[in-house]
Design a protein around this ligand. Structure first.
Ligand code: GDP
Ligand code: MN
Length: 389
């Protein structure tokens, strides 16, 4: 789960990471008042669940409450498109009005889980700011990395060695080391999957400040983080993904291809994406209906897919282990009774009760495209999506 910058900064402040003064506004008049309270020279920042705002017009540095009001007015109610969003962008329903700081240097500081090492890793760089992705690509040596053993935590020497690596003035080593260990404390305490400060700035008057902040949280831990769950802004999420979550379909991710997929098991779902690609097509989504033996789950999956205009064909690929293919077949029949499915549907069933599953589909009289191997199914789905395009 993602949260807004202003929410991330409130958490950072709680954990002792210095952030600029500021407040969130949902109207231009409010933005004006906050700007006046901060002395006029402020930054107006679109609050969206995406980075790359600076390059997309979502960050405005202004020098009076009047200008702050105008900047807020221009942003609020629009959709911001950045290189991290879909072409439709994300709605700007609030702006953060924050004191403008005089920046001497922009650094990068981030913590993520390193999946290969199985440990949190702290990354820090002197080359922070809006082009950190480019730095990571062209000169990865400019990014310092330190893994943390969770049982040990960030020992002072580790924080200090990162701080030294950032070539900071001597007076800033201690504050930087404290900041790093505080960010790590927050990362662990709140079950983050990402905690990123970019830029972490050295101000002209020699302080460290988190000028931008991004926190992502591990959804698997959401049940032990009720406070974090309260920070969710579903309007920033893909509407179909929100609907899938509400329906209890855990794993639905919208993608940009044309074959809608209904699959059981995350591994098989990943393999489907690969095979579609090999057959020259692309999946419109990742969808794992799980192993719940309930035809209603299949109906719900069809509801999501038929609401997606990108879906030009549906591929149902089910391997019945724990799942029973006859129940899946019944779900397909139920779905076609309950809604109009305008696109071709390719079905491949294998495993438990497949004879019964096949019989149900045959007897239903539905005009389905049947496939009996994985590759055949992928091939026919790509072909069907191409034809109905
Ligand atoms: P992002 O583009 O979505 O990552 O948004 P950021 O909050 O990181 O802002 C982008 C850039 O705007 C930063 O890298 C800074 O260069 C600049 N910026 C943001 N806040 C301030 C500020 O208070 N003062 C100054 N001078 N620049 C700022
Ligand atoms: Mn940033």
């Amino acid at each position: 789960m993602k949260v807004h910058e202003y929410q991330a900064k409130e958490l950072l402040a709680e954990y002792g990471v210095p952030v600029p003064r500021g407040r969130v506004a949902t109207t231009a008049a409010e933005a004006r008042l906050i700007a006046a309270g901060l002395g006029g020279k402020v930054v107006v920042k679109a609050q969206v669940h995406a980075g790359g705002r600076g390059k997309a017009g979502g960050i405005k540095i202004v020098s009076s409450p009047d200008e702050a009001e105008r900047a807020a007015k221009a942003m609020l109610g629009t959709r911001l498109v950045t290189h991290q969003t879909s072409p439709q962008g994300v709605p700007v329903n609030s702006v953060l009005v924050s004191e403008a700081v005089e920046i001497e240097k922009e650094l990068y500081l981030g913590i993520v889980i390193d999946g290969v090492a199985g440990l949190p890793v702290i990354m820090a760089s002197e080359a922070g700011g809006m082009d950190i992705e480019e730095v990571a690509k062209t000169s990865p040596d400019k990014i310092l990395k330190a893994h943390v053993a969770p049982g040990v935590g960030v020992r002072p020497y580790l924080a200090r060695s990162l701080a030294f690596g950032l070539n900071l003035d001597k007076a800033l080593i201690r504050p930087a080391a404290d900041l790093i260990s505080n960010l790590y404390r927050l990362f662990m305490a709140k079950d983050c999957s990402l905690a990123e400060i970019n830029p972490l700035v050295v101000t002209a008057d020699g302080r460290l400040l988190a000028v931008d902040a991004k926190l992502n949280f591990d959804d698997n831990a959401s049940y032990c983080q009720p406070d974090v769950a309260g920070l969710r802004d579903a309007e920033q999420e893909d509407p179909l993904e929100v609907e899938a979550k509400d329906k209890g379909i855990e794993n639905y991710v919208k993608l940009d291809g044309s074959v809608g997929c209904i699959v059981n098991g995350a591994g098989l779902a990943m393999a489907v994406l690969d095979l579609l690609k090999q057959e020259g097509g692309n999946a419109a989504n990742f969808l794992d209906i799980g192993t719940l033996n309930d035809p209603e789950r299949v109906v719900e999956a069809f509801e999501i897919l038929t609401a997606d205009p990108d879906v030009k064909a549906v591929l149902v690929n089910i391997f019945g282990g724990m799942a029973r293919t006859d129940i899946i077949a019944r779900g397909i029949v139920d779905a076609s009774k309950q809604m109009e499915i305008k696109v071709p549907v390719v079905v491949r069933l294998a495993g438990t009760n497949v004879e019964e599953g096949d019989r149900i589909l045959r007897d239903s009289g539905l005009s389905l495209i049947r496939a009996y191997s994985f590759r055949e199914a992928a091939h026919k789905a790509v072909e069907a999506a191409g034809k109905s395009n």
